[in-house]
Design a protein around this ligand. Structure first.
Ligand code: AMP
Ligand code: MG
Length: 379
């Protein structure tokens, strides 16, 4: 491995690092548990060379933690079949242990290794949408540890659409369990800088793979019930699923705040998520109406997330542009960045315009509403 493997802006490799040039990952101790305050030297891989893919796969095989690029968001990966490695994911993220992980596979032929009672619809979906932003919930085989599934008898499986991560999974020859690579509760990382901000010094390596092309997490569909149930809206629109499956039920946690003690089918949906430090208010309705409402009610020290067409209305405020009102793909790519940016800025509160729920709008509005703790004003 040469210095070219370290991207600009990351700490220059030290003299000691040079001694380790041949295979720095070999020096990392995987056997000792990751204790708080135990700082690791995170290795940054930038070029998808065979040598780097092998080194990254070796981190996975040895039970280490690796930041991986995917088309949805960056993930924090470990060997899904190694309960100790999976425990490290929870520790590094500060994630509650009842919140299961999605396992990542290179193609649908791996489904049978980890799942049973696979309906024919799973193969139809895989055929149509994999690799891509779709996670299927299926009954698990015992080879998948409890730690990975949060004790559930089902497992979430996805085939990500990113050449680097697909190559790493194939080279490691194990499925990679990977939640989003953020510290639990923070917005998901959509570029290597976000990933570094949350995980540098806590994990063994991060593989750079450019900005995430979709920008929101995968759509989760539960195939263990009839009709299939949407547990989380994401990068694959609901309408695309309906075109293949027919009727799809929508879990309540997708659209509303759950009552105290109420349990969603995707345990992760019960947690406050994606939240910047300042409180968020989401304003729905037509773009003109929501912009007018925000303009009228905006305190002097509040910030705004709005569609591109309306940024000029809020001069004097800190504004993050969500993208054109009609371009939900762009809104999906920008939504986490807009929320994350506000943690670097001093605002008393944040008002956000929100798209309608058609297409990717369902995922964008869900992320905004969750960031707001479902504090939504309908105009
Ligand atoms: P993240 O990894 O951050 O994208 O979060 C994964 C999401 O998938 C969480 O909301 C989990 O609760 C959900 N999930 C993972 N596995 C399962 C499963 N077996 N059943 C239901 N939801 C799941
Ligand atoms: Mg997450």
């Amino acid at each position: 491995m040469t210095n070219e493997n370290y991207s600009m802006g990351h700490p220059a490799p030290s003299a000691r690092r040079r001694d380790e040039d041949i295979a720095p990952y070999i020096r990392i101790s995987y056997s000792s548990p990751r204790k708080e305050g135990n700082i690791l030297k995170t290795v940054y891989f930038t070029e998808p060379t065979k040598e780097n893919i092998e080194a990254a796969a070796a981190i996975i095989r040895r039970g280490g933690l690796l930041g991986i690029p995917t088309e949805t968001v960056y993930g924090l990966g470990a060997n899904a079949l190694d309960a100790d490695a999976v425990r490290s994911i929870y520790e590094a993220k500060g994630r509650p242990s009842d919140n299961p992980l999605i396992i990542h596979v290179p193609d649908a032929s791996w489904l049978e290794r980890y799942c049973k009672e696979i309906p024919e619809s799973a193969y139809r979906l895989a055929d149509r949408f994999w690799p891509g932003p779709l996670t299927m919930i299926l009954p698990r085989k015992p080879i998948v540890p409890d730690r990975t599934t949060g004790g559930l008898d089902t497992v979430g499986v996805r085939c990500p659409n990113h050449p680097v991560t697909l190559a790493i999974i194939k080279a490691a020859d194990v499925p990679i369990a990977a939640p989003s690579g953020n510290t639990s509760g923070r917005p998901s990382p959509t570029c290597v800088a976000d990933m570094r901000e949350d995980m540098d010094g806590k994990i063994d390596g991060i593989f750079e793979g450019g900005p995430s092309q979709v920008g929101v997490e995968s759509t989760i569909i539960d195939l263990t019930c009839t009709p299939p149930r949407l547990l989380r809206p994401g990068g694959l629109p609901l309408e695309a699923l309906e075109a293949v499956l027919g009727e799809v039920a929508i879990d309540k946690a997708v659209v509303a705040k759950l009552a105290e003690g109420e349990k969603p089918k995707a345990p992760g949906m019960k947690y406050r998520h994606y939240a910047p430090k300042a409180p968020v208010t989401v304003v729905t309705g037509s773009p003109d109406e929501s912009a007018a409402y925000i303009q009228k009610n905006l305190p002097a020290d509040a910030g705004v997330i709005c569609f591109s067409e309306y940024t000029a209305r809020f001069s004097g405020h800190i504004v993050h542009d969500l993208g054109p009102a009609a371009d939900k793909g762009e809104q999906a790519r920008r939504v986490f960045d807009a929320l994350r940016e506000f943690d670097r800025e001093n605002v008393s509160e944040i008002f956000a315009q929100c798209p309608d729920t058609e297409g990717l709008g369902l995922a964008v509005s869900n992320r905004l509403k969750k960031a707001a703790g479902f504090h939504v004003i309908e105009v």
